[in-house]
Design a protein around this ligand. Structure first.
Ligand code: GLV
Ligand code: MN
Ligand code: MN
Length: 404
């Protein structure tokens, strides 16, 4: 059966890679040596689980076992946000490998293919554009997307080439429809903790829209320019950011976040001439996202006009909200109830590779309780007891899907 010590040991091993002792956070970004070290470890674990391992055209790591016409896929990601936590993504990969290894050790017979995937760049940290591996599997990654660049001007295409992947071949990563996709992930919110439950069943995933706004004003002398004669790009951006917060407080459970800001020239005695910032806007309803987007852009334009600033914007990524498959939800519920726990349903505010796999498969997600709901933070924590329960349920559900 599931060996929780092995899960714990593997989580610790991978989390030595990209660990920043000063912040306590993890930094594993796509197409870096840290990511490659993590890929090498995950490859070894998959092999130890009895899987054959391949790398697809975008760099997804795919472990495979069993034979048959139908495929059941498990997976998640191994990259992190800046100074990310120990469980976001990685837990889903390690627990899925544990399921595969337990199946081998228990000699469970099934007539389907089981795949476990560590997806390429879910978080979007490096290029401001995430879910790269799952998008490619869904056939939705284009060569144009590969022109997105990181802070040093390196494009995704160039980064791929430095790891011997050919940008011209990304379409080869697209998969045919499969029987099911299942992902275990930490909740990253407080719902399960408030309910006093270790696990929950995801009903749907909110879709993120990422915009980048650029505000241009006039770079001038901070001492010599009177307060009523300025075109300060940063105070303009600040007013817009505060208005976004006020506006979106009227539209809960939708959420909007400005998490990244670039100020030019960033000098103590210079009025900021240019500010670039991102907006991450999410809801479970695609039409509402479009409406809030329009409202935010109109409001930003009004503020820019009044302050004589120039506003331009571009879309970084737009991901459709996804619904979990009712039959997989039921299957998860049956396994949870067998262990004398209630099936608790919840929506995911965070994004997951499952959003794109939902375009190729009936999709399901199992959430595990997060301490204090904290994630994208070195304080992210999920207890080994909860991980053990969740991995057992992932195992039982996978067996049910494989032997259906
Ligand atoms: C990934 O963690 C996301 O929801 O942005
Ligand atoms: Mn994340
Ligand atoms: Mn994640």
């Amino acid at each position: 059966m599931i060996q929780i010590e092995r899960v714990s040991k593997r989580l610790n091993e991978v989390n030595r890679i990209g660990f920043d002792a000063e912040t306590g956070g993890l930094n594993r970004f796509s197409f870096t040596k840290e990511e490659q070290q993590a890929i090498d470890l995950v490859t070894q674990y998959m092999q130890q689980a009895g899987m054959s391992v391949s790398i697809d055209a975008i760099g997804n790591v795919i472990g495979q076992m069993g034979q048959g016409e139908e495929t059941i896929m498990l997976g998640s990601h191994i990259d992190t946000v800046p100074d990310g936590g120990r469980f976001d993504g990685l837990l889903g990969v390690i627990s899925a490998i544990e399921v595969a290894q337990s199946l081998s050790e228990n000699q469970v017979a099934f007539n389907k293919v089981l795949k476990v995937v560590a997806f390429k760049d879910e978080e979007g940290t490096r290029f401001g554009f995430g879910l790269i591996g799952s998008k490619a599997m869904a056939g939705l990654l284009t060569e144009e997307h590969l022109q997105m660049t990181d802070a040093d001007g390196v494009s995704i295409a160039e980064a791929m080439q430095s790891f011997d992947l050919s940008p011209a071949r990304i379409k080869e990563a697209e998969i045919q429809p499969i029987a099911a996709y299942l992902e275990l992930h930490i909740e990253q919110g407080k719902v399960l903790e408030s309910a006093g439950l270790p696990v929950g069943i995801v009903t749907g995933i909110a879709g993120p829209l990422w915009l980048e706004l650029t505000i241009e004003g006039l770079r001038e002398h901070a001492g010599a320019t009177p307060m009523d004669m300025r075109q300060d790009a940063l105070t303009g951006a600040s007013e817009i950011i505060v208005e976004i917060e006020k506006m979106m407080q009227q539209h809960m459970p939708a959420v909007a976040t400005v998490g990244k800001l670039h100020v030019e020239p960033n000098g103590v005695n210079v009025i900021p001439g240019k500010v670039v910032f991102t907006i991450d806007l999410r809801d479970i309803d695609e039409q509402l996202i479009a409406k809030y987007e329009q409202n935010i852009l109109q409001m930003a334009q009004t503020i820019a006009d009044r302050r004589q600033l120039k506003l331009t914007y571009r879309e970084l990524q737009r991901v459709k909200p996804a619904q979990a498959d009712p039959a997989i939800q039921q299957c998860l519920a049956a396994q949870i109830e067998k262990r004398d726990m209630p099936a608790h349903y919840l929506v995911s505010g965070a994004g997951h590779d499952a959003m794109f796999l939902a375009q190729k498969a009936p999709m399901g997600m199992l959430f595990v309780r997060s301490k204090d709901g904290i994630s994208h933070n070195p304080l992210e924590y999920t207890s080994l007891e909860d991980i053990e329960i969740a991995t057992h349920i992932l195992y039982d559900t996978t067996v049910a899907l494989l032997t259906k």
